[in-house]
Design a binder for this molecule. Structure first.
Ligand SMILES: [Zn+2]
Length: 616
């Protein structure tokens, strides 16, 4: 950790603990804004940074290839249709994001090549969105993102834009982004990604026009600064992001964007990088990626790892290129930019400068907090290694699912235990589903992918989990973890419920115990999988991609079954092609207790180990 960050961190940590001990919300020091702002470009990259890019490219062929791919990508936007104000359901978000992608690509391509076509395209797109009647303030993320993109384009191309164009763009930022946030905005005080995206995007707009609109910019920047803790406190203490890995990328993108813009224009970052747990989020994100290529897509997350620019920024700040090495190999070196709108920033957030020490990342990660998660792996480089990750928490967080105690597992390069991940919001909202109501009886919990039934959890008598309940991580080390599941059950359903996992080299044991449940009630243990399931005695053999896994269950009165969950049970549920569940059920004993041990262990590939216990 560079000394500057360390000192900032220590200072902040002291202020934090001092404030917490007095029961106050921790705050950063008051902001000070300059009388004279540095010239454009001042957001992300100064003119010196742009000038150095050529030398850095000359010294690093991978960086050079990446920049050339960005230019090629920018060229493909030249033949795309103009951006239009077209909402999808209640969102303009897709338009804001497409605008960011195009304006960053073309602004960078112009600055790198000097080709006029890129300047013209970026200018046209900026004037188009500036001319929109609105940026859809009823869904304010759309405004926050549009503000960030327009601010960056305005700043990067400021010298080339004529006075008239600048005035139009500046006026759009003032009227659509800054003025509605004079004195603050309700979205800044939400304890989740909205605070980061809305606050960050609006603040970047303010930084872009601060010399021309000093009073308004100061007012907006102060309100964003004073509400930073809403979005940043959830990272404490280890970086585990309560809304899951996909939202980590989203929220963290805007906080790193703000930190980088503050540093390049003001020289400090308001303590963002030193916030407890913030930088640890990079280890959280990398630990959520399984060697199979699938991630632990809990809460409203996508199943696939995405190109994550904030990972590069944090790796650069910490001088730990290994944090972004996998992403570089998987996405950047292969030119798979996935239409990631912030990909151009990686040119400046490149952490792979010669001389940075390569430090191996630890093989297990523990993330505490409201929605805790633990992950273990045998290796960072071998695809066949065992990977297992389990979470506490559950439905009682923003974007949460009824998944307290759920887990995923990879072995031999195969994902054996899966989470089905999010369902596209518009696919539910367009059918009138009450998606954002999180009360116990909400329709939200009848959506298959969000409710308890689809997760790798315990349920009792088919009941949903407690919509406010959060399973507690009791302890975790390099060999296993214990999770208190009691809070996820409905009031009075159990006195205690605990899930323990024990990791071996190529196997995992999951031991569940329940006490104080109603005798005779039926406890259901579930594991969702893309494998075929062949029940065999007190177990089953799972098979996928030519690999096999032994599944063994030990407990009183257990019955094992396989259920096909590929077809939606309700009109609004998305299909889950190829997905099944292994279900183990057993009744609660007369003394109110229940116990089950499940062992998941690797087997030789089909056709080799015919003398294995499972047979063929
Ligand atoms: Zn889920």
């Amino acid at each position: 950790m560079p000394q500057r960050i360390l000192l900032a961190f220590l200072g902040l940590a002291w202020a934090f603990f001092a404030a917490v001990s007095k029961g106050e919300t921790p705050r950063t020091a008051p902001i000070s804004l300059p009388e004279v702002w540095p010239p454009h470009p001042r957001l992300i990259a100064t003119q010196a940074d742009w000038d150095q890019l050529a030398a850095r490219r000359a010294a690093d062929k991978d960086l050079d290839a990446f920049v050339l791919r960005l230019v090629a990508e920018a060229r493909t936007t030249l033949t795309e249709p103009a951006i239009e104000h077209r909402k999808t359901g209640r969102r303009l978000l897709g338009v804001s994001r497409e605008f960011i992608r195009r304006v960053l690509l073309c602004s960078l391509a112009y600055r790198v090549t000097g080709e006029q076509v890129f300047l013209e395209q970026a200018r046209a797109d900026m004037l188009t969105v500036s001319g929109f009647d609105d940026w859809n303030p009823s869904h304010f993320l759309d405004v926050g993102e549009m503000s960030a993109g327009l601010a960056l384009g305005y700043d990067w191309l400021y010298p080339q834009l004529g006075a008239a164009d600048r005035a139009v763009i500046r006026q759009a930022l003032v009227s659509k982004s800054l003025a509605p946030c004079r004195g603050g905005h309700s979205t800044f005080s939400l304890a989740h990604n909205w605070s980061q995206v809305c606050g960050g995007g609006i603040a970047i707009g303010a930084l872009a026009v601060a010399d021309e609109e000093p009073a308004l910019a100061a007012e907006v920047l102060t309100s964003v600064h004073d509400t930073l803790h809403w979005g940043l406190d959830p990272y404490a203490p280890d970086g585990a992001y309560p809304e899951g890995p996909s939202y980590w990328t989203y929220g963290t993108q805007y906080s790193t964007l703000l930190a980088a813009c503050l540093r390049s224009s003001l020289g400090g970052d308001w303590g963002i990088l030193g916030w407890p747990g913030f930088l640890d989020g990079a280890r959280f994100y990398t630990s959520m990626q399984g060697p199979s290529g699938e991630q632990f897509d809990y809460a409203d997350s996508d199943g696939k790892e995405e190109l994550a620019p904030p990972l590069f920024y944090i790796a650069q700040q910490l001088r730990q290129p290994s944090l972004a090495e996998h992403q570089k190999r998987r996405f950047v070196d292969r030119g798979r930019l996935q239409r990631e709108r912030f990909a151009p920033l990686i040119a400046f957030w490149w952490p792979f400068d010669a001389g940075a020490p390569v430090r191996a990342q630890p093989l297990w990660y523990r993330g505490r907090g409201k929605n805790p998660v633990v992950a273990w792996r045998g290796s960072w480089n071998e695809r066949d290694t065992l990977y297992f990750a389990i979470k506490g928490g559950g439905a009682g967080v923003n974007h949460g699912h009824m998944d307290g105690g759920s887990f995923v597992m990879d072995l031999d390069g195969v994902r054996w235990a899966s989470d089905l991940g999010m369902q596209d919001y518009e696919s539910l909202e367009s059918k009138g589903v009450d998606l954002w109501n999180t009360s116990q009886r909400s329709q939200r919990w009848t959506i298959f992918r969000l409710g308890a039934e689809s997760h790798n959890v315990l349920t009792i008598d088919g009941h949903p989990h407690n919509a406010k309940g959060l399973a507690r991580l009791v302890e975790a080390d390099a060999h296993g973890a214990i999770i208190d599941l009691s809070p996820v059950f409905l009031p009075g359903e159990v006195r205690a419920a605990v899930r323990q996992v024990k990791l071996g080299d190529r196997d995992v044991e999951i031991i569940d115990t329940v006490e104080g449940a109603r005798p005779g009630s039926m406890v259901r243990w579930a594991m969702t999988t893309g494998a075929t399931i062949t029940p065999a005695g007190a177990g089953a053999v799972l098979e996928r991609d030519g690999k096999r896994l032994q599944f063994q269950a030990a407990g009183a009165g257990v019955a094992i079954s396989a259920v096909d969950v590929s077809t939606p049970s309700q009109s609004y549920d998305a299909p889950n092609p190829g997905m099944r569940q292994v279900i183990v059920t057993a009744p609660v004993k007369a003394d109110g207790t229940w116990r089950l041990s499940v062992r998941l262990g690797g087997l030789p590939a089909a056709g080799i180990g015919s003398d294995s216990p499972a047979g063929r």
